[in-house]
Design a protein around this ligand. Structure first.
Ligand code: BJ8
Length: 425
C-alpha cells in the first residue's frame, strides 16, 4: 500500500495541485529515461526506490528529524561544507534546481537571460513545489557567479531564512584566509541555529561521515574506467545527484553495495553497453535532479558517458578532507584546504580545471569530451573555449553544447551528438 503524504505536504505549505503536476512529470520522465534502460545493475533498485520516494519517505525522515529538534539546512552549491552542518547536529540537503517551473512568474523577478539553474530555484520557491526548500530551517546562498549573487538578493525577499556566504573568486593566500573567515562565520551561524557548539569530536566524526560518502562515490567512479562500462552514465549521474539529499550513512552503504556488484560485472565482462562503445566525458555546468537531458541524448545514441567533470560529479566530490587534525581549528583548516581546491569556473584564472578535464579523459579512457554549458551561464560558456582549445591541442575531440532545461532543442542536440559520436567511432 502506498503512503498518502498529502497531509505532510499540506503542512509544509506546498501548492498541492502544482506539486502533483511536478511529481507526474518527474515520474513519467524517470520511467521513460531510467527504467527503459537495458542491462542495469540490480543495485540501482535502491535509487529507483529513492526516486519513487523523493518527496515522500525522505521528506518524512526530515520531518521526523525536525520533530526531534534537528535543523535542516538547504544549499545550492558544493562550497557549503556538510562537515560543519553535521558537526552541529543538523542535516544538509541540496536544493534541486534541475527543472523549469512557474517560468512566467520567475521572469517577473529575474531577467529572461538568466541561466536555467537559477530560474529553476526561483520557480520551485514561487510555485511552492519543493518540500526540501519548504522544510529548510536555513537556506544557504553563496556569492559565486554574478547571476546567483544578484538572484540571492531577490530570493531573500521570498524566504525569511536566507544566509549568504561570501566566496573568493581567486586563489591566493589572502583569499584562502577569506574562505576560512567565511567558514568560521558559517560555523557560528549554524551553531546559533541549532544551539549546539561544534566540538573536535563532533567535527572529526562529521569529517569521517562525509569522507566515507565521497570515498564510496570515488569507488563507483573508478569502476566506470572498465570497458565494457559496468554502469550507464545516466545511472552514475543519478548516484551523484542523490548524493546531495540522501541520508549520508545509508547512501555510503548503498553505493558500496552497488560497487560490489559492479566489480563482479567487470570480472564477468557484463556491461551496461557493449564493449567498445564510444566513451565520452561530460564537463561543465552541474546537472541537478531531474536534469537528465544530455545523458539521455548521448546514451540513446549508443555512446556511454564514463565521467562527469561537474559539481554533480567529480569536481564536487573529488578530494577528501584530511582527517589528521585534532583541534577544531586544525580541522577547520583541513576543511578550508579541501574546498579551496574546487575548481569552479567562477575562479579566475582557473587552470586547474583544464588540467583536471585532461586527467579525467586519460583516467576514464574517454575518446571525446562534451562540454555542457547552460545558456546564459557566462563562467562555464566563457571557459568552454579554452577547454576546447586545450583538448584540441591533445587531439581530443570536443563538442561544446549550450542548452537549457526545455526539450525544444532536443532534436538538434541529438543530431549534433550523433555526428560527434560518429567522429569518435
Ligand atoms: S561550485 S559550479 S555548484 S557555483 S550554471 S548558477 S555558474 S550562471 S552552478 Fe555552481 Fe557552486 Fe560553482 Fe559548483 Fe551561475 Fe552558471 Fe547558472 Fe551555475
Amino acid at each position: 500500500m502506498t503512503t498518502d503524504y498529502t497531509p505532510m505536504w499540506q503542512e509544509l505549505g506546498l501548492d498541492l495541485a502544482g506539486h502533483e503536476a511536478l511529481l507526474n512529470v518527474l515520474g513519467t520522465a524517470y520511467t521513460d529515461i531510467y527504467l527503459s534502460q537495458k542491462n542495469r545493475p540490480e543495485g540501482m533498485g535502491y535509487f529507483d526506490f529513492v526516486m519513487s520516494e523523493v518527496h515522500g519517505l525522505r521528506i518524512k525522515e526530515l520531518m521526523d528529524e525536525k520533530a526531534a529538534g534537528r535543523k535542516i539546512i538547504g544549499s545550492y552549491c558544493v562550497f557549503v561544507p556538510e562537515e560543519i552542518v553535521l558537526a552541529a547536529n543538523a542535516t544538509l540537503v541540496g536544493l534541486c534546481s534541475g527543472a523549469d517551473f512557474a517560468m512566467e512568474k520567475v521572469e517577473q523577478l529575474l531577467p529572461r537571460n538568466t541561466c536555467a539553474l537559477i530560474k529553476s530555484s526561483f520557480g520551485f520557491k514561487i510555485g511552492k513545489v519543493c518540500p526540501y526548500l519548504e522544510s529548510a530551517d536555513m537556506i544557504v546562498g553563496e556569492n559565486t557567479c554574478d547571476g546567483k549573487k544578484k538572484a540571492y538578493e531577490t530570493l531573500g525577499t521570498l524566504v525569511d531564512n536566507l544566509y549568504v556566504m561570501d566566496l573568493p573568486q581567486t586563489k591566493t593566500d589572502q583569499t584562502r584566509d577569506l574562505l576560512k573567515a567565511e567558514y568560521m562565520k558559517f560555523k557560528t551561524a549554524v551553531e546559533e541555529l541549532t544551539g549546539i557548539t561544534v566540538t573536535a569530536e563532533s567535527l572529526k566524526s562529521a569529517i569521517d561521515v562525509v569522507n566515507a560518502k565521497r570515498a564510496a562515490i570515488h569507488r563507483l567512479s573508478a569502476l566506470r574506467k572498465a570497458d565494457p562500462a559496468p554502469i550507464s552514465g545516466l545511472d552514475a549521474l543519478l548516484a551523484n545527484q542523490v548524493f546531495f539529499y540522501d541520508n549520508p550513512a545509508r547512501f555510503t552503504e548503498s553505493v558500496n553495495k552497488i560497487c560490489d556488484e559492479l566489480e563482479t560485472r567487470i570480472q564477468e565482462k557484463t556491461g551496461a553497453f557493449p564493449a567498445g562503445a564510444p566513451r565520452i566525458l561530460v564537463s561543465g555546468c552541474p546537472q541537478a535532479v531531474p536534469n537528465w537531458k544530455l545523458h539521455m541524448i548521448v546514451e540513446t545514441a549508443g555512446a556511454v558517458i564514463v565521467g562527469e567533470e561537474s559539481c554533480v560529479g567529480e569536481r564536487g566530490t573529488r578530494n577528501l578532507t584530511a582527517d589528521t587534525g585534532t583541534t577544531v581549528d586544525e580541522m577547520m583548516d583541513a576543511i578550508v584546504d579541501r574546498y579551496f581546491q574546487v575548481d569552479c569556473a567562477i575562479f579566475t584564472p582557473n587552470p586547474q580545471r583544464l588540467d583536471h578535464i585532461q586527467e579525467m579523459v586519460t583516467a576514464y579512457n574517454a575518446q571525446g569530451v562534451i562540454h555542457y554549458g547552460l545558456q546564459f551561464c557566462q563562467p562555464y560558456l566563457m571557459e568552454s573555449i579554452p577547454v576546447e582549445k586545450a583538448l584540441e591541442e591533445k587531439n581530443i575531440p570536443c563538442l561544446r553544447v549550450e542548452t537549457d532545461y526545455g526539450m525544444e532543442d532536443a532534436g538538434q542536440l541529438k543530431t549534433r551528438v550523433e555526428a560527434f559520436i560518429e567522429q569518435l567511432r
